[in-house]
Design a protein around this ligand. Structure first.
Ligand code: SF4
Length: 118
């Protein structure tokens, strides 16, 4: 599999192949550092993503509040997570880092505000 490493802005092109000497192993090439190797292996075994989005906020000068998950969640839960995020609505004021949803979809990860809004 070919993919782009998203761990840092360099964006190395990774090639991930099965390790023929280890049935559970993968070999990553194209990475410039160990973090890229870890990312490549995780993409094959347990791909995850941090979600960033916005939600509706009432009583504020802006209509949308930026939010993000405070950790990576399994990639196959992204769609369900976005459905939930799109249904949310909060009241100002909100402080940066404030938890909007704790343990989103049972992942152990929280959805938090990315900025303060009066
Ligand atoms: S492999 Fe290392 S240097 Fe390349 S994009 Fe990933 S983290 Fe950055």
């Amino acid at each position: 599999m070919d993919t782009i490493c998203i761990v840092c802005p360099i964006g190395c092109r990774l090639t991930i192949t099965k390790d023929t000497t280890n049935p559970d192993g993968y070999i990553v090439s194209g990475n410039q550092c160990k973090r890229g190797e870890r990312y490549g292996i995780l993409e094959m075994t347990n791909p995850t993503r941090v979600i960033t989005s916005t939600i509706k906020i009432n009583n504020s000068h802006l209509k949308r509040l930026p939010v993000k998950t405070n950790g990576a969640i399994p990639k196959d839960m992204n769609f369900k997570c976005m459905e939930l995020i799109n249904s949310l609505e909060v009241e100002a004021p909100v402080k940066v880092g404030e938890v909007i949803i704790r343990d989103i979809l049972g992942t152990g990860i929280d959805l938090v505000a990315s900025r303060s809004m009066e």
